[in-house]
Design a protein. Structure first.
Length: 516
């Protein structure tokens, strides 16, 4: 099995690993209960998707939405309830990272180092800190890598069936899981591990993965493959074109600068050492993924974040393989300190720990600034935190505008938005304030229907004034909601009242789609 620990040490390792996983879980749940921030923009949209269960959505497969619908049914929509599954997934990813180190032959120190590195990695804590499909990707891929190691160590091709099952679930969670699969397959084909590929068990496993993906692919086919349009638009309109050096620096930053020696050692161990030769395909897979980032000029460092768990584990084993005991102990102790310091350094940046004013002071003190999306560059606080601000206040401002309308207009008014975050916030908070139905042109919202042609009064939130003026007889700017620390699109939001549509909304609605 590649694990040389005695049973007492193995049991101690599992206890330590469970304890570190629990720490990660409790920390995320603790930050979910702090009052500084609210729902993240994607969470508002995901809650809306969970009210419209389907085999597919414009911007993601259905599995994360099914899980959210189950979670909402059991625990409700509060922030701690919403963050429960992401916290569990992040904690399980920490556990599986340690288990990979153990599988590679790591001792107690290697297990602890690998698990601490997973806790200290900003990408995992960012994605695990709010509900989205991205919260589950690292765990699914780490579990797949663990199974691949089992396949190689036990020389048991039947494990491909489990790998295929996990891959199918991963693809139903996030289509880009296929990029990881392609990189892993390329790595195996470039090494002697290619012998594990050509078997009926491999094709059986891939058949299971394909079978699990069938419902979403049928949905895509019936609806004209709308996700392809979304992905194309995202590449052009959302990501910031980034050069190779900046991409590498982003990997260093979002894997935590203080743990670079660990994953660097892991990559070296996989690519160049005799002991790592058996698992060299992981090193090649990383290089393939990094190359794909360079070719696509992606500004999203999280796109290949899930593969770092095996690098952390391999790096921890590399430290353990240092020949001199004194050097080995010193290197392990130093790495543990680096991981702990790294976790403390990035925790306020990656998670909603500090209030916005305090966070801005902290970011200024350490000189941190990073932009990952067009339209949200140069923000005072990181986008993954700033996009949790101002939503409830925006809805309150819309409610004031709505209540200012004459009663007959209120009875025949709807709210429209070109932003799924705004629409989701209005749907979440609006009913308690007596707001009318919300419609949106953004992503899956567009598929959920248009207002009736009988509607004559529209309240526009996060829409373009010129578009409104072109389509309606009169347009009035009734209010402007401001949020100084929000991201740029939400910093100043005009709220319009438009009357007298000059067109058939029901007929024109298909052309209003905004898959972006």
């Amino acid at each position: 099995m590649g694990n040389h620990m005695s049973r007492p040490n193995a049991n101690t390792g599992l206890l330590l690993l469970s304890g570190l996983s629990l720490v990660a879980f409790l920390y995320i749940m603790f930050t979910a209960m702090l009052p500084h921030y609210g729902y993240f923009i994607d969470e508002l949209y995901y809650i809306a998707c969970a009210r419209h269960l389907a085999f597919g959505y414009i911007d993601h497969p259905p599995l994360s939405i099914v899980l959210l619908a189950l979670s909402r049914g059991l625990f409700g929509d509060s922030l701690p309830a919403l963050r429960l599954l992401p916290a569990l997934s992040t904690a399980a990813n920490v556990f599986m990272t340690g288990m990979i180190a153990r599988r590679l032959g790591g001792d107690l120190r290697a297990i602890v180092i690998a698990a601490l590195a997973a806790i200290a990695m900003p990408v995992y804590m960012i994605m695990g800190g709010f509900y989205s499909m991205n919260a589950f990707e690292p765990l699914i891929w780490t579990a797949i890598m663990y199974l691949v190691i089992r396949l190689v160590q036990d020389d048991n091709p039947k494990v491909w069936l489990l790998i295929g099952l996990m891959m199918g679930l991963g693809l139903e969670m996030k289509h880009t899981m296929g990029v990881y699969a392609a990189a892993l397959l390329a790595g195996m084909m470039l090494t002697p591990a290619r012998r594990f590929v050509w078997s009926r068990w491999f094709f059986g496993g891939m058949g299971i993965a394909a079978l699990l993906l069938v419902p979403n692919m049928l949905w895509q086919y019936v609806n004209g493959f709308p996700s392809l349009e979304f992905y194309r638009n995202a590449m052009v309109n959302k990501n910031v074109p980034t050069g190779p050096v900046s991409i590498l620096l982003a990997q260093v930053l979002f894997a935590n600068p203080l743990v670079v020696p660990l994953w660097g050692a892991g990559l070296w161990w996989l690519l160049f050492t005799p002991e790592g030769r058996k698992y060299r395909f992981f090193g090649w897979a990383y290089l393939v993924l990094f190359g794909a980032m360079v070719v696509s000029q992606s500004s999203r460092p999280d796109r290949i974040g899930a593969i770092y768990t095996v690098l952390f584990a391999a790096g921890a084993v590399a430290i353990e393989r240092l020949r001199r005991p004194a050097v080995r102990r010193a290197a392990a102790g130093f790495m543990i300190v680096l991981c702990l310091c790294g976790a403390a350094l990035v925790a306020p940046i990656a998670t909603p720990l500090l209030s916005p004013p305090v966070l801005k002071q902290y970011l200024s003190a350490i000189g941190f600034s990073y932009s990952i999306e067009k339209g949200k560059m140069g923000e005072p606080i990181p986008q993954w935190l700033a996009d949790r601000l101002g939503w409830k206040e925006l809805v309150s401002a819309v409610a004031e505008v709505y209540r200012s309308l004459p009663p007959d207009e209120q009875r025949n008014a709807v709210i429209v938005s070109n932003n799924y975050g705004g629409a989701g916030a209005l749907e979440l908070y609006g009913p308690a304030l007596g707001l009318p139905r919300v419609y949106s042109t953004h992503n899956s919202y567009h598929r959920w229907g248009s207002p009736s042609d009988s509607v004559k009064t529209y309240i526009g939130v996060m829409v373009g004034r010129r578009d409104f003026e072109r389509l309606f007889g009169s347009v009035e700017e009734a209010a402007v909601h401001t949020c100084a620390e929000c991201t740029r699109p939400q910093r100043s939001v005009p709220i319009y009242v438009a009357r007298g549509p000059k067109f058939s909304v029901e007929k024109a609605w298909p052309g209003f789609r905004n898959y972006n």
